[in-house]
Design a protein around this ligand. Structure first.
Ligand code: ADP
Ligand code: GLC
Length: 645
């Protein structure tokens, strides 16, 4: 993964050349049509650009500028472009960045407009807009006939929990637009679950170039403005492209200078400026759209500056009363960089570069730490991990800081979207199944998987799956150590993943040496992941640390028994099998030790080969276990209400 700590000085930034698109989601990149190509990514190197800066309004005033911003919703795409021009003119007449956009965007706006738009207007409008938009002349016109019908249909909505709350999610990835791991799943599933609990949810994301064209085409232009960013007054274009889907509004922050890379993450040299920009642009976009949520829910370091900026730059804007929640999905990645660079790219006041706020080790700025300091609540994705990160081993340098802020920290375990992960209706499976036909169909899926991957086709073999980013977080050193011991003539191993070369290479080596018994598929492949969940008997998740982990949840849902290390969310979601009471969902081990992993796998094998009846009971039990978002989404909602009663 590219999210690594590096230390450089600002001069290096200027010299660095753009990185090529990387491998994470190759199929997505491939979907990008040639016509979509934009000018080669311009470097973010500041220095030369100077001239136009001074004029650009600061974030707050910018937000106040767009009088007509809301009306376009009704009128839709066509007028939108016309508005863009005036907005840009006001803000920064000569800025080249702004001028280049319209041409590329126009056609998209027109295409996307008709169907999707109708829904959004209805859904997004009620709560948030109703209040401020007292002006609403249009309401009078629209009132008579149209209003009556929807109100009747809306009757069942009365059952929704009250009161309605509005939440803006800010994060760096979201399935199906862009996903490199579990964060993408959460950013997709949690907003949908919250929408069902009477929350008005907007998800703010970067508009990366790697978002497949089919989604890009659905986006509708909502407006644009120039935003001050850097300490030398340099300002940047912020475009807002919107897509409304199943009750959730997705707003994509558009800026080719920052988001034209093939991948969401490249290296910190580029990622730091990119997410300094993104955090501020997301807040400025809310003001621009005149959408004042009750709560802003930020995710990981990429949105870490949002709570800081909310209480500094945006303290005197309409967002002044909005509360913020910051969720840690993975404490390993914090957005750490030297102070001068972060100062340059944010222009934040000196006092936030204090050691108790954002500074770490006296010399670095830590974007996640800043967010943890300023937010109103910190959550992480399991209860156990919430405790672990307050210890030195799991705290990644922030344990003391987290202990200090433990009063506002809590763990809420992730769920999965059970419609997206439903073995009965999964179109990616050759043989979909439910609890009634699971055993026959899983055998059929196993045979299909073995055939597809060049393994010996034999449904009696036990197939162990592993689906993961290939990093040391995932306990792959343990797997490497015991892999030969797993291959006993009755067992096969299927690995799907991409990441660190040392793991890719060693797994390839095993495939070569255990042909027919081991398959290492080094790629990111959503469809194959589904087939492995369905075609395996057990799934290995022996992580060194695991904030929550979703693969074990998906596995259980698909009747595949997890073998996990007792850490983080793995500990909270997989109850160890007890052969005496016949309870539990999987096989577990505690210390990070290859021998213990082997022991856990051997316990699984023993049950599988010698007491299939009990094994099958566990499979059924797991498929019926509630791993949905429902319960956890309620906890998030309760948290929002705590902040905004
Ligand atoms: P993390 O976020 O740390 O990567 P999670 O278990 O929370 O781990 O989420 C991983 C998600 O990414 C799951 O949806 C899993 O199916 C998916 N995934 C991981 N690696 C791959 C891959 N190589 N191909 C397809 N999906 C993958
Ligand atoms: C992170 C964690 C993973 C968690 C996911 C979603 O990537 O590594 O454990 O499930 O975020 O919260």
């Amino acid at each position: 993964m590219p999210r690594k700590k590096t230390e450089i000085n600002p001069e290096e930034i200027i010299k660095e050349e753009p990185k090529p698109a990387e491998t994470q989601a190759p199929e997505q990149a491939a979907e990008k049509p040639a016509a979509e190509k934009k000018p080669a990514a311009r470097k973010l190197r500041a220095k030369k650009a100077a001239p136009a800066e001074e004029k650009a309004a600061p974030a707050e005033p910018v937000a106040e500028k767009k009088p007509a911003a809301r009306k376009p919703r009704a009128k839709k795409a066509a007028p939108a472009e016309e508005k863009a021009a005036p907005a840009e003119e006001k803000a920064a007449p000569a800025e080249p960045v702004a001028e280049k956009k319209p041409a590329a965007r126009k056609p998209r706006a027109k295409k996307a407009a008709p169907a999707e738009e109708a829904a959004p207007v209805v859904e997004a409008a009620p709560v948030v807009e109703a209040a401020p938009v007292v002006e609403a002349a249009p309401v009078e016109e629209a009132a008579p006939v149209e209003e009556a019908a929807p109100v009747e249909e809306a009757a069942p909505v009365v059952e929704l929990p009250q009161p309605r709350r509005s939440v803006a999610f800010i994060g760096s990835e979201c399935y199906p637009f862009v996903k490199t791991g579990g964060l993408g799943d959460v950013m997709y599933a949690l907003p949908r679950a919250l929408a069902k609990l009477n929350c008005d949810v907007k998800v703010i994301l970067p508009r990366y170039r790697c978002i497949p064209q089919k989604w890009q085409e659905k986006m509708v232009y909502r407006g644009s403005f120039m935003m001050d960013l850097c300490s030398d007054g340099r300002s940047f274009y912020v475009g807002i492209m919107e897509y409304v889907w199943d009750g959730v509004v997705y707003d994509f922050i558009d800026n080719d200078e920052f988001f034209s890379y093939g991948n969401p993450y490249t290296n910190l040299i580029d990622d730091i400026p990119r997410f300094c920009y993104f955090g501020k642009a997301a807040l400025a976009a809310l003001n621009y759209l005149e959408w004042v949520p009750d709560v802003i829910h930020c995710h990981d370091w990429q949105a870490g500056l949002v709570p800081v900026m909310l209480r500094t730059f945006f303290a005197d804007t309409p967002l002044r009363d909005t509360k913020s929640v910051l969720t840690i999905h993975n404490l390993r990645f914090q957005g750490i960089y030297n102070i001068p660079t972060v100062k340059y790219w944010t222009n934040l006041p000196d006092h936030v570069f204090n050691k108790d706020v954002m500074t770490q080790n006296w010399v670095d700025a830590n974007m996640l730490k800043g967010g943890l300091t300023y937010c109103d609540r910190i959550t992480t994705v399991s209860n156990t991990y919430a405790g672990e990160i307050q210890t030195e081993f799991y705290g990644d340098g922030l344990d003391a800081h987290l202990r200090f802020h433990s009063g506002k920290l809590r763990g809420i375990v992730n769920g999965i979207d059970v419609e997206q992960w439903d073995s009965r209706s999964d179109k990616l499976l050759p043989f979909p199944y439910g609890t009634d036909d699971v055993f026959d169909q899983k055998r059929a899926n196993k045979l299909a998987l073995q055939e597809q991957l060049g393994l010996e086709q034999n449904a009696d073999k036990m197939v162990l799956g592993l689906i993961s980013r290939l990093t040391d977080q995932k306990g792959l050193d343990l797997v490497n150590a015991i892999l030969p011991a797993l291959i006993d003539g009755n067992t096969q191993v299927v690995i799907l993943g991409t990441g660190d070369a040392r793991y890719e290479d060693s797994f390839r080596w095993y495939e070569n040496n255990y042909k027919g018994s081991v398959c290492s598929y080094i790629a990111y492949d959503e469809a194959l992941a589904h087939r492995i969940y369905a075609g395996s008997d057990a799934l290995l998740v022996p992580s060194l640390f695991e904030p929550c982990g979703l693969t074990q949840l998906i596995a259980m849902r698909y009747g595949t028994v997890p073998v996990v290390r007792e850490t983080g969310g793995l500990k909270d979601t997989v109850q160890p099998y007890n052969q005496f009471t016949n309870e539990g969902n999987g096989f577990t081990f505690d210390r990070y030790d290859a021998g213990l992993l082997l022991d856990a796998v051997n316990r699984a094998k023993t049950l599988y080969f010698t007491n299939r009846w009990r094994w099958d009971e566990m499979v059924r039990r797991n498929m019926q276990k509630d791993v949905s978002w429902e319960n956890s989404a309620r906890q998030y909602r309760a948290l929002y209400l705590e902040l905004k009663p």
